[in-house]
Design a binder for this molecule. Structure first.
Ligand SMILES: [Zn+2]
Length: 164
């Protein structure tokens, strides 16, 4: 028997002013993305903004449906839109934020496992880390330099071969 221990690394900031201009701006774009959230069931809005290498911003927000499993998280809405339309313009960074009128969100919300898995595969495909910024509008900001920090055990099997 062998014991294993994994450490993850991320930075915690306490104000947008501590971030670079580009990262601060991306957080504010994620807040803008909240406006198009379709979340009448959870009343929990999530906004995501991707910054591409060209500087282009891609928006995503959670899209719910009366047939609940038909909905999709903000992160995957943004990532699939990117992959379907701008796959050659690499993703530098993704900022994620949330808002609800039901209660105060006092810490950063983290992406679900499925979104992390999708991010991790696209990161591998583009061969370059995607910075992830989790922006709590009433609290801290968590920044990680690559998805592996939040999903060290992504599912990946080389023999399934990534499409080229
Ligand atoms: Zn998700």
């Amino acid at each position: 028997m062998t014991n294993h221990e994994i450490k993850i690394a991320f930075q915690e900031y306490y104000s947008l002013e501590e971030l670079s201009t580009a990262d601060k701006s991306l957080c504010l774009e994620a807040v803008n993305a909240l406006n198009n959230s379709h979340s009448p069931y959870s009343r929990f809005k999530v906004g995501a903004a991707l910054r591409l290498q060209s500087g282009k911003i891609i928006y995503g927000s959670n899209q719910e449906n009366a047939a609940y499993p038909s909905g999709l998280c903000a992160e995957r809405v943004a990532l699939f839109h990117w992959s379907a339309n701008y796959p050659d313009d690499l993703v530098e960074s993704i900022a994620i934020t949330a808002h609800t009128n039901e209660f105060e969100i006092s810490k950063p919300i983290t992406p679900c496992g499925s979104c992390l898995q999708v991010m991790a595969e696209f990161e591998k495909k583009q061969g370059r880390p995607i910075q992830i910024i989790l922006y709590c509008q009433n609290g801290a900001i968590w920044v990680a330099q690559g998805i592996e920090s939040f999903l060290p055990f992504m599912f990946f099997e080389e023999r399934l071969a990534l499409p080229v």
